[in-house]
Ligand binder design. Structure first.
Ligand code: AKG
Length: 329
């Protein structure tokens, strides 16, 4: 099994593993917490009369009602970490319930991760919980890593210099709703993990993307990474991937969490990374939900004066050999 997972991941750059998580035990608790968070926000932002009506709706309709109030704010409050940038001293809210902590240290997930990076594992802070909205403005590709389309990138391109080329990073992508090309699943270029780290740049909307990414559709074969609830998708740190716009009528919910080999840089200091698995039990120091929340709060407090939680330079080589091009296929 270890060899099979590794072989496939190295060969293609991604692997979907079916039925790893259990709906009642692993997925539902997160959905319940999401709904509870929505209800709290409704209480806060709507009149008693409006709230009474909204409480009766499904999560999706509550979410639509909330985002209509203020798109920018509500996309962030459903993220499981503080945003990259915020206004100094702004009171930033985020979505980090115990059910998410339980997934990060889930044996079902760590048993897979162990097969890829070994037995000594750190939780990596490059994580995002995404409630991906239907593309409100068809024709306009809504480019935003959180609630819209994600640009073409390699995950290693979003790590700082301390980690780039050095850290063994693995991405675990978890769907909370069935995910397909219509509702905006990821799209991957098989075998692109063998191309090395490519030059990235800031696109016209400020997004981090592979330079010349407009050529990927022309020269590379692409496959949609569809998945059912319970499945997980593992990505190599150098896989070229993006996500499609959500052209369905419904939201798409997912979380991407990451792990790296213990002791290596997370690529996102000062955000927390910590042991989640080790042969030496005493190394597991973050055991309770309260400890985990405290770590994130501490990192956020540290960032308050700066107005950002993390920064990284994009991978930009002096030469163009690592620019995406027809040759790189
Ligand atoms: O979930 C998505 O839409 C994109 C996820 C992604 O690109 C990533 O996890 O690196």
């Amino acid at each position: 099994m270890k060899d099979k997972i590794n072989k496939e991941l190295k060969a293609k750059g991604f692997i979907r593993i079916r039925k790893v998580l259990n709906f009642q035990k692993d997925i539902k608790p997160v959905l319940n917490d999401l709904e509870a968070k929505a209800d709290k926000l409704i209480e806060k932002y709507f009149t008693v009369k409006e709230a009474k009506r909204l409480f009766k709706l499904k999560f999706q309709d509550k979410f639509f009602a909330l985002t209509k109030k203020s798109e920018v704010t509500f996309e962030n409050v459903f993220n499981n970490r503080p945003p990259k940038n915020f206004k100094k001293h702004e009171n930033v809210e985020y979505f980090n319930p115990e059910s998410i902590f339980n997934l990060i240290k889930s044996d079902k997930i760590l048993n897979v991760v162990e097969k890829i990076i070994g037995k000594e594992i750190f939780s990596n802070p490059i994580q995002t919980f995404r409630v991906k909205k239907p593309n409100i403005n068809p024709g306009k590709n809504f480019m935003d890593g959180l609630i819209g389309r994600t640009p073409w990138h390699q995950d290693e391109g979003t790590m700082n210099k301390k980690a780039r080329f050095k850290t063994d990073l693995v991405t675990v992508w978890i769907p909370f709703t069935k995910t397909n090309a219509k509702n905006g699943c990821m799209l991957a270029v098989p075998k692109s993990n063998k191309l090395g780290l490519l030059n990235h740049h800031h696109g016209s909307k400020g997004q981090v993307e592979i330079k010349n990414s407009e050529l990927i559709h022309k020269y590379s074969k692409m496959v949609p990474l569809e998945a059912d609830v319970g499945d997980i998708i593992i990505l190599d740190k150098r896989l070229i991937h993006c996500s499609l716009p959500n052209v369905s009528k419904n939201i798409r919910i997912s979380m991407d969490i990451r792990f790296h080999k213990a002791g290596q840089s997370s690529g996102r200091e000062p955000l927390p990374s910590f042991y989640v698995r080790s042969a030496k039990k005493e190394k597991i120091k973050v055991k309770t939900y309260q400890q985990w929340v405290a770590l994130w709060n501490k990192a956020y407090m540290k960032s308050l004066n700066k107005g950002y939680t993390f920064k990284y330079d994009l991978p930009v080589y002096k030469h163009s050999k690592q620019d995406y091009s027809k040759k790189l296929n």
